[in-house]
Design a protein around this ligand. Structure first.
Ligand code: 13P
Ligand code: SF4
Length: 337
């Protein structure tokens, strides 16, 4: 089959599956092919810490949601290949509309973003007029367009504290992060009732048992975890914050209550330290994000080669969503984040 015909077939599959499922020669060295494609297309690979190790190893930048959006806003590349989930790639497109933004698998969504459908959220807003709407970045472009300020787990506190104390606040879609921030800031907030399927799964009881076996281990947790898990944590932060903590803290053992992908970087930065994934409340590997793990090195290679699937956003929504993200980036810069 000719290349153009192949692309046409791939496009049909793309509509059905959300990714290109063309065959790849098993002898191809995908690492060097991806490096060639980067140069050829002036492309940059931005990856989240929850991506599989091979993808992290070919990435030009690995970071948390804030770091990734800051990189997307300032890159000189023509093509941004986003190795993460849909809302992250959308954020990159909102900030850099002139660039082609690619996501290896369009089905790489997020349970938090799915928990907050725009029509239902519109009604929720109407029931709480005169509230400033602060939304966690894990939401769709439509929700961002309905928000006043976006936040991530690394700047949420600074964002909330930037709102005058006489103003009421709606916070969503993550109720666990919302409850954590209510405690940290002392601000009352109306919370949307969403949660992350990965961070909800950790068992406080099993972490206590694990801690008994490893008394010197530090428990580190992402703020999307439920309160009983956060109450056990020695340190709570975004993925970048957790990684930095493991580098700088003299402890040699860490119980990690977040998605297991981050352990790849933790281990690379501190090869002599031990990282134990916090156990989920059942026997499954539910602390792997099923959306993040839809991206594979093969899909990444194909998406760079054929420049598909591409993220496209309606201009009216993009402009509205950009305002709330720009506000976040301004406040973060003022706070030195
Ligand atoms: P971070 O911004 O801390 O990387 O979190 C993103 C995320 O999706 C956590 O589940
Ligand atoms: Fe969404 Fe949870 Fe996956 Fe993060 S880990 S992308 S919040 S489902």
């Amino acid at each position: 089959m000719l290349m153009n015909e192949k692309i046409e077939v791939a496009k049909q599959h793309l509509n059905k599956n959300g990714f290109l499922d063309l065959e790849i020669d098993p002898l191809l060295d995908l690492f060097s092919e991806i490096e060639k494609l980067k140069k050829e297309k002036n492309a940059v690979i931005l990856a989240h810490y929850y991506q599989e190790p091979d993808i992290q190893d070919v990435a030009d930048y690995i970071g948390d949601s804030l770091g990734l959006s800051q990189q997307a806003a300032k890159t000189n590349a023509d093509v941004i290949v986003f190795a993460g989930v849909h809302f992250m790639a959308e954020t990159a497109k909102i900030l850099s509309p002139q660039k082609k933004v690619l996501l290896p698998d369009l089905n790489a969504g997020c349970s938090l973003a799915d928990s907050c459908p725009p029509q239902v959220f519109e009604k929720f807003k109407e029931r709480h007029p005169d509230h400033v709407v602060i939304m966690y970045v894990n939401c769709t472009a439509e929700i961002k367009a309905m928000s006043d300020i976006i936040c991530t787990s690394s700047n949420a506190r600074a964002i909330i504290e930037s709102v005058p104390s006489n103003k009421k606040i709606i916070f969503g879609p993550d109720r666990n992060l919302g409850n954590y921030l209510i405690k940290k800031t002392g601000r009352e907030m109306v919370l949307w009732d969403g949660a992350c399927i990965v961070h909800e799964i950790f068992s406080a009881e099993k972490i206590i048992k694990l801690k008994n076996r490893h008394p010197n281990a530090k428990v580190i947790a992402h703020p999307e975890c439920e309160t009983p898990v956060l109450d056990l944590a020695d340190y709570i932060a975004s993925t970048t914050g957790l990684l930095k903590y493991t580098i700088n803290n003299p402890a040699t053992e860490f119980i990690v209550a977040t998605e297991t992908g981050i352990i790849h970087q933790m281990q690379k930065e501190s090869p002599a330290k031990t990282f134990i994934p916090a156990p989920p409340n059942n026997g499954c590997a539910c602390n792997d994000c099923p959306y993040m793990k839809l991206n594979t090195l093969e899909k990444l290679y194909l998406c760079m080669k054929y420049e598909l699937p591409e993220i496209l956003i309606e201009e009216e929504i993009r402009l509205k969503a950009k305002k709330s993200i720009d506000r976040m980036l301004e406040i973060s810069a003022q706070a030195g984040l």
